[in-house]
Design a protein around this ligand. Structure first.
Ligand SMILES: Nc1ncnc2c1ncn2[C@@H]1O[C@H](COP(=O)(O)OP(=O)(O)OP(=O)(O)O)[C@@H](O)[C@H]1O
Length: 458
């Protein structure tokens, strides 16, 4: 039996409502009914990849939506229709461009897989969606679900601490799980630059080029660092062209949109704008509260609603700072063995909250100097390489405080500490978060640094 046109339209609309616009456009749009009976439902799609995804990931949705329409749960099968061109969106244009194009399935090669480590906390599930980031999230998810077949390149821009890196890692985590044979690589622009310089020094540029040009998904963070650096722009241009030409997925983040990247070559700027450009904005109050609730839940910390509201109302434009406030509160609560209350939050976060409206950035040099003074060390000890415990801990604390009080990226912080690798800084930040929970002494030292550095400038 073939379904009448009108009723199929209603069913298609029901799918659309159930899965959301981006998923519908990617997988459901080209579905057509072949058989709708109380024995079985057969739907067709021109795309083998869509068939696979619909049957593996969306079978329940298909059946759930169809159950009330059919009056009973009927098994659904999806078949590939060879007589219609595969219109599953492919590279270069937005999903809303419906022009038919050929779309090869992503390459799968045994023994490949991601070449980067992705932060397991930064997943799509852990990303709280609000009006400030809804579109960026949907675009990133779409790219993860259909690499090189929806938006290519995807360019996400926005101020510091608003979730750009989180989304890149979420794509990486998703791809690792769902497309284990795709080579997914995350790299910060600074690392890309440093590796390139290193490769030139060692006469290994062909290895460098081969490594990045072999990616199926290349995730590049903080692309604004390409500004004013001609040699690396040239190299990145060729990497970009090779990947793009081979229909590989590229995702870029920046603190500015491509048009505001002043000293970027035009040919690169226009390439960045070939796919989809989307931004992340500071979250509204409701989203800030939702993020705090989620982070508290993930950390297993009980935070009363009044405290969530207090923090969300006080810290408005940087999600990293929201998290920082929660971390301090949780640490204080653990150490003092008392539950979190509003009075406690007002007291513990007083410096943060009162300074926030007029907050100005501290420089790494100021933090290094303050840390050195606190620990009776010299600034050179802090930026040096000594592994002796008191020095190493002081250095880690200084890195943590710089991360909290400035908008610098991990690679930038590494550079401010005598050229340390960004992974060293990442490790330091998470280590200090742990130490603050374990040791009253460390908690108080960090607290003291915050208080002194957030005070008026000398
Ligand atoms: N929507 C969100 N839901 C949950 N956590 C979020 C969200 N947005 C950001 N975060 C968290 O805020 C912190 C800062 O985010 P992230 O590092 O991704 O910011 P960014 O935009 O890349 O900043 P920068 O440019 O400084 O690197 C991370 O811990 C991240 O998990």
């Amino acid at each position: 039996m073939s379904a009448p046109e009108a009723s199929w339209e209603a069913i298609a609309q029901a799918f659309r409502t159930a899965v959301g616009e981006a998923t519908w456009l990617t997988w459901f749009r080209t579905l057509a009914p072949q058989e709708l009976s109380d024995q079985q439902i057969v739907l067709t799609t021109p795309s083998p990849l869509a068939k696979e995804r619909l049957e593996t990931k969306y079978r329940d949705v298909l059946e759930d939506v169809l159950t009330p329409i059919m009056g009973a749960r009927v098994p659904v099968a999806v078949r590939v229709r060879a007589d219609v061109p595969d219109e599953t969106p492919t590279t270069a244009h937005s999903l809303f461009d419906s022009s038919p194009t050929s779309s090869p399935t992503p390459s799968r090669r045994n023994g490949r897989g991601s070449s980067s480590t992705f932060d397991p906390r930064y997943t799509f599930e852990a990303f709280v969606i609000g009006s400030s980031n809804r579109f960026a999230h949907a675009a990133a998810l779409s790219v993860a679900e259909t690499p090189a077949r929806s938006y290519n390149p995807l360019f996400i821009h926005g101020d510091a601490g608003l979730g750009k890196t989180h989304l890149l890692h979420a794509i990486g985590n998703y791809a690792r799980e769902n497309y284990p044979n795709l080579l997914t690589t995350y790299v910060s622009t600074e690392t890309f630059l440093n590796e390139f310089v290193d490769a030139i020094k060692r006469n290994q540029t062909s290895e460098f080029k081969a490594r990045y040009r072999a990616c199926d998904i290349l995730l590049v963070d903080d692309i604004q660092f390409l500004e004013g650096k001609e040699a690396i722009q040239e190299e990145f241009f060729h990497t970009f062209n090779t990947l793009y030409g081979a229909q590989k997925q590229i995702v870029l983040t920046s603190d500015r949109p491509p048009r505001a990247l002043a000293t970027l070559e035009d040919r690169l700027r226009s390439r960045f704008a070939m796919g989809l450009i989307t931004d992340v904005q500071p979250p509204d109050l409701e989203t800030r509260a939702a993020i705090l609730r989620r982070k508290a839940e993930d950390a297993g910390v009980t935070v009363p609603a009044t405290v969530i509201e207090f923090i969300a109302a006080s810290i408005t434009d940087n999600i990293r700072e929201l998290e920082g406030a929660l971390t301090r509160l949780a640490a204080f609560s653990t150490l003092s063995q008392t539950g979190i209350t509003l009075t406690m939050a007002e007291q513990v976060l007083s410096d943060l909250i009162s300074q926030h409206a007029t907050q100005r950035q501290r420089t790494p040099a100021e933090v290094i100097a303050a840390t050195a003074a606190l620990f009776n060390l010299t600034p050179e000890d802090i930026t040096g390489a000594s592994r002796k415990r008191p020095v190493a801990v002081a250095r880690q604390i200084a890195m943590y405080v710089v991360r909290e009080l400035t908008e610098l990226s991990y690679p930038e912080i590494g550079r401010a500490f005598g050229g340390k690798d960004h992974t060293t800084v990442m490790h330091a930040v998470s280590r200090v978060q742990e130490l603050m929970q374990e040791s009253v002494e460390i908690y108080e030292q960090v607290d003291q640094l915050f208080k002194s550095l957030r005070g008026p400038r000398p």
